[in-house]
Design a protein around this ligand. Structure first.
Ligand code: AMP
Length: 242
């Protein structure tokens, strides 16, 4: 009788342990970080949507342009190395940017995931990133597709306040008083937002970043949005693809 009881108990423990332990793939799925990569030409709207998306998902948005501009402002060695490339509208070399990004995504606030805006921009950057994060991340790349002419119109009108950082657009989001922020400070245009520089940035984008888009499509990570649409329509489409 006692023997039967022991065998019954052993069988019960075996069955319950088999049913309560999740399958290996469920474990890895549960702990994967959500990594959203925003791709598109400068002025395609990826920056505009990155911030509300970050608030909605409670994960940080990391803009490599902003990270580099911080280095420039603080006159760090890295900033001084990046400056000549940025001022003429060229990409900074991969070895300068990759370390900044890998370092940033290992910070505590990225432990549940993060949004990348402006990275990767070259095929080696993309391959390196995917290699580093693929085991612990669920990757989604969102391509904001827009015509070059639209980009030029959007970017040449961009202004921002050097004091409070508030962005404006001469046509689409003008300040109350021409040329001045609502806080009173004179608005400035980014040095690389001038038309001749934008044309160079677009050339660079087509040459370097289009292979990245192709690569993400081949990896089945890519979703494409029509970024010619109005911002609120693009936002709705973005919710759908995510
Ligand atoms: P953005 O604000 O994203 O338009 O970036 C401004 C500038 O920063 C670019 O024109 C590049 O010079 C540099 N930059 C930003 N992200 C990258 C990147 N992933 N690779 C190389 N250069 C970059």
């Amino acid at each position: 009788m006692q023997k039967t009881m022991i065998s019954f108990l052993a069988l019960f423990l075996l069955v319950t342990s088999c049913t309560s332990v999740p399958h290996q793939s469920e474990v890895s799925k549960a702990v994967k970080k959500q990594v959203i990569i925003l791709l598109g030409a400068p002025g395609s709207g990826k920056g505009t949507h990155g911030i509300p998306l970050s608030q909605k998902l409670s994960i940080p948005v990391l803009s490599t342009g902003d990270l580099l501009r911080d280095q420039l402002r603080n006159k760090t060695d890295l900033g001084e190395k990046a400056r000549p490339f940025m001022e003429k509208g060229a990409l900074v070399p991969d070895e300068l940017i990759v370390d900044i990004v890998l370092n940033r995504i290992s910070a505590d606030d990225c432990s549940n995931g993060y949004i990348l805006d402006g990275f990767p921009r070259t095929l080696p950057q993309a391959q390196l990133l995917v290699e580093k994060i693929k085991n612990d991340s669920q990757i989604k790349a969102i391509f904001f597709e827009v015509k070059d002419q639209t980009v030029i119109e959007r970017i040449t009108g961009r202004l921002s306040c050097p004091k409070c950082g508030r962005p404006y657009h001469k046509t689409f989001n003008p300040p109350k008083h021409k040329g001045h922020c609502d806080c009173g400070t004179e608005l400035t245009q980014r040095a690389d937002d001038k038309e001749e520089i934008i044309v160079k940035r677009l050339k660079e984008y087509h040459l370097s970043t289009e292979p990245v888009i192709k690569y993400f499509a081949e990896q089945n990570f890519l979703k494409t949005l029509d970024a010619e649409k109005k911002p609120d329509e693009v936002w709705t489409d973005l919710q759908q693809v995510l």
